[in-house]
Design a protein around this ligand. Sequence first.
Ligand SMILES: [Zn+2]
Ligand SMILES: [Zn+2]
Length: 281
Amino acid sequence: MNLFNLHTHSNFCDGKAEPEEYILKAIELGFHTLGFSSHAAVPFENNFSLKEERFDEYISTIRVLKDKYSEKINIFLSLEIDYIPGITKDFEEFVRKGNLDYTIGGVHLVRNKEKQGLWFIDGPRQETYENGLMKLFNGNIRKGVETYYHQLQEMIVTQKPDIIAHIDKIKMHNKDRYFSEDEKWYQDLVWKTLKYIAGETNCVVEVNTRGIYKKRSDSLFPGLQILEQILHLKIPVTLSSDAHKPDELNSYFDETISLLKDIGFNELLCFSKDGWEKQNI
Ligand SMILES: [Zn+2]
Ligand SMILES: [Zn+2]
C-alpha cells in the first residue's frame, strides 16, 4: 500500500522538528501524501498550540514547501482544531483565514460549564488527568467521560470537521484505572457519537496509532469494538500516526493495516487535490 499521513505536528506547535524534515522522511518512506496539522491556537496560555502571532508564518511555510516538493509528494495544509464550547473559535474561521485544505477536529480539554478551568486529558502525565478530573468533576469519572463525549458530539454537529481526531482519546490514561470500556453507559455514549457521525455529517474518522506506539494505551484510537461499529455504520476511516517527530510518521502502520483488514475494512480514505480518494488496503 502507498502510504500517507494527514496528521502531523512540527515545531510550529509541540512537534519536534522543522516541517521540511518530515517531508524528507516521508519521501524516504515512500509516502505519496503528507498533511501538516499544527494544533490551532486557543485563547489561553499553553505549551502545545501554534501561537496566534505565528499563524501566517505557518501557512506560508507549508505553502512554500508544498510547491518546492510538488514533483515528489503531495503536501497539504491543515490544523488540528480544539473544540471547547464557548471558548474556541468556529472551525470555519480558521479555514477561511488559512485557506486550509481540510480540518481535523478534536477534544483535548473538557469543559464543565459549572466550573472554572478545563480538564486536560492529553499529555504524558497521569497526574494531570487525575488532578483535572478531581478539580472539574470531583473525581466522578462517569460525569467527566460523559462530558467529553457530549463535547465531541457538539463538535461533530456544529463544526463538521473533515477528520475526527482520536475519537476515544478519553481512555488514554484509563488503563485498568477508572472505568471499563465494556460498561453499558460507556458503550451507549460511543454508539450515540458514532450515530451522529453516520447520520449528519461527511466526517472521516481517523485510526490514530499514537496511543500504542507511545505506550499510553493498549489499543488504537479508536479501539477494536468501536472500529467494528464504524465498519457496521459504513463510516469512512483514514490512518494517522499523529507524528510529533519525523521517525514517527509511519509508526505502527503495518500492524494497524493488518488489524483493519482482519476486522473487515478494505479501504482507507486519503486526501488528494480533488478531495477524498479511496485507497485499497
Ligand atoms: Zn490530538
Ligand atoms: Zn495531533
